[in-house]
Design a binder for this molecule. Sequence first.
Ligand SMILES: [Zn+2]
Length: 122
Amino acid sequence: MSKIRSTDSAPEMLVRRLAFGLGYRYRLHVAKLPGKPDLVFPAKQKAIFVHGCFWHQHQHCQEGRPPSSNTGYWGPKLQRNVERDEKSRAQLRRMGWKSLVIWECKTKSRTRLAAKLKKFLG
Ligand SMILES: [Zn+2]
């Protein structure tokens, strides 16, 4: 089985560059944390997931709509991703971590993304 998620997607690189430019330092893909968050800020106990709208089924988003063909294949596969995401974030919460999901479609405005990062990371 190939991995569903590519580790260095373009939206993720963008978030990394922006966070770095704002002066935040992070670790990447910390495997010991639930869901292996994309950016991890250990001292703050905060984690960021950068999610592709399709793979993670972004609600109310054009890109997040499940495909209309071959639903028997995609439906359960995408549903599993969504359930896994929810489980990971709940586990992080229980461990005292805060997590933020940045959706791919929300990485288009750097200004808004920067504001979001600052709000979350303080
Ligand atoms: Zn989206």
